[in-house]
Design a protein around this ligand. Structure first.
Ligand SMILES: Nc1ncnc2c1ncn2[C@@H]1O[C@H](COP(=O)(O)OP(=O)(O)O)[C@@H](O)[C@H]1O
Ligand SMILES: [Mg+2]
Length: 306
C-alpha cells in the first residue's frame, strides 16, 4: 500500500459510499462465554492521535452504560491518564501499584458512583507506557479476575499505535475509533485502523467523528477514512455518529464530569447519548469474549513469539 496516496485521499477525498448513521436503541443482555461464565462486554475508545476526545467520549459512554449495568473504566493511558478527572475522583492507587506488585486487583479499583468504578492509569510514571510482557500479563490477570463482576468495561485508550495500545484495542469486543476533521487526526486514525486490522483481522471497528462543525463535515471525514480503508486495506470501518464542537464539553471537563451528566441537553451530549445507544446495541448483539481473557491470550502469544 502507498502511504502517500492514502494521506492524499484523506486530505482531498470525494463524497461517496459510506451510509449515514441511523438511530438505534440498545436492549443488551448479560453476555456469557462458552463455559457459561458471564463476563463484561468491553469497548475500547481509541484514536491514534491525542486530544481527539477519547476521554470525553469514554466518560459519557460510562455514564450511559452504568445506568444499564455495573461498569468499570480502565484508564489505559498508562502513566499519564486523566480518566479519573472526568469522574471527579482522586484515586490513591492505580495500575502502577498493580504492576509494581504492591496492590491487588480489587485494591486499585476506585468507586465513582454506585454502579461505576474506575482503575486509574497513574500519572507521571513514564515507564508505564512501555510495559514488559510480565507487567502486561499482570494487568491481564487482574482484568480477568474483575471482569465477571461487571456488565461493561470501557477502555480509555492512550494515543498512538504502540504494541501495548493496540493489544488493548484488539482484546476488546468493540473498538470505537475517534477522529476529528483535522487531517492529522484522520491520518492517525487510519494508521491506527491499519495496525488494528493487522493485529486482529476479524476486528469490526466503529468510527466516530468528534469536533465537527456540522453533519456534512463529519460525513465527509468518515467517507474519506472509509474510502482509504477500502482501497488500501480492503476493510470498511462503520461510521456510527458524530459529535459537534460544543463549549458544553469544555465546561463539563472543567466541572470534572461528563457532558451527558453536566448538560444533557447540549448538542454534544445528545450526540454522545446516541453513540452510547449504538455501542450498547452492538455489545448486546455480541458474545463477550472477556477483555482480560483476550488480553491474556494475546500477551501469552506475543511472549511465545518473542
Ligand atoms: N466535542 C467537543 N467540543 C469541544 N471541545 C472538545 C470536544 N471534544 C473534546 N474537546 C476538548 O478536547 C480536550 C481533549 O479531549 P480528551 O477527551 O481529553 O482527548 P483524548 O483523550 O483523546 O486525548 C477536552 O478536554 C476538551 O477541552
Ligand atoms: Mg485521554
Amino acid at each position: 500500500m502507498n502511504w502517500e496516496q492514502a494521506c492524499r485521499l484523506l486530505r482531498f477525498g470525494r463524497s461517496e459510499g459510506i451510509p449515514r448513521s441511523k438511530d438505534g436503541l440498545a436492549a443488551p443482555s448479560p453476555s456469557r462465554d462458552l463455559l457459561g461464565v458471564a463476563r463484561a462486554a468491553s469497548v475500547c475508545v481509541a484514536s491514534g492521535k491525542g486530544g481527539t476526545g477519547k476521554s470525553v467520549m469514554t466518560a459519557s459512554l460510562a455514564s450511559k452504560f452504568s445506568a444499564v449495568g455495573r461498569s468499570l473504566i480502565l484508564d489505559a493511558d498508562m502513566g499519564i491518564g486523566n480518566a479519573h478527572i472526568l469522574q471527579g475522583v482522586s484515586p490513591e492507587r492505580s495500575f502502577v501499584e498493580l504492576v509494581a506488585g504492591t496492590a491487588g486487583p480489587r485494591e486499585i479499583v476506585s468507586r465513582c458512583s454506585a454502579t461505576l468504578d474506575l482503575i486509574a492509569a497513574g500519572s507521571g510514571v513514564s515507564n508505564m507506557a512501555e510495559l514488559s510482557t510480565f507487567e502486561l500479563h499482570r494487568i491481564a490477570e487482574a482484568v480477568e479476575q474483575l471482569e465477571t463482576e461487571y456488565q461493561y468495561m470501557l477502555v480509555d485508550s492512550a494515543a498512538g499505535i504502540s504494541n501495548q495500545t493496540v493489544t488493548f484495542a484488539a482484546a476488546a469486543d468493540v473498538v470505537l475509533v475517534v477522529t476529528t476533521p483535522a487531517v492529522t487526526a484522520m491520518t492517525d486514525a487510519y494508521a491506527f485502523l491499519k495496525v488494528l486490522y493487522r493485529c486482529r483481522p476479524d476486528s469490526a471497528p466503529l468510527l466516530v467523528v468528534n469536533r465537527a462543525h456540522h453533519e456534512d463535515e463529519a460525513h465527509s471525514v468518515a467517507q474519506r477514512i472509509e474510502k482509504v480503508c477500502g482501497r488500501f486495506l480492503d476493510r470498511h470501518p462503520r461510521w456510527i455518529g458524530w459529535v459537534p464542537t460544543d463549549d458544553a464539553v469544555i465546561e463539563s471537563v472543567n466541572a470534572r464530569t461528563s457532558v451527558v451528566e453536566h448538560n444533557p441537553n447540549a448538542p454534544a451530549a445528545r450526540a454522545l447519548d446516541h453513540i452510547a445507544s449504538v455501542v450498547l446495541d452492538e455489545l448486546g448483539s455480541l458474545r463477550a469474549r472477556g477483555l482480560g481473557r483476550s488480553l491474556m491470550s494475546r500477551v501469552v502469544r506475543t511472549s511465545k513469539l518473542a
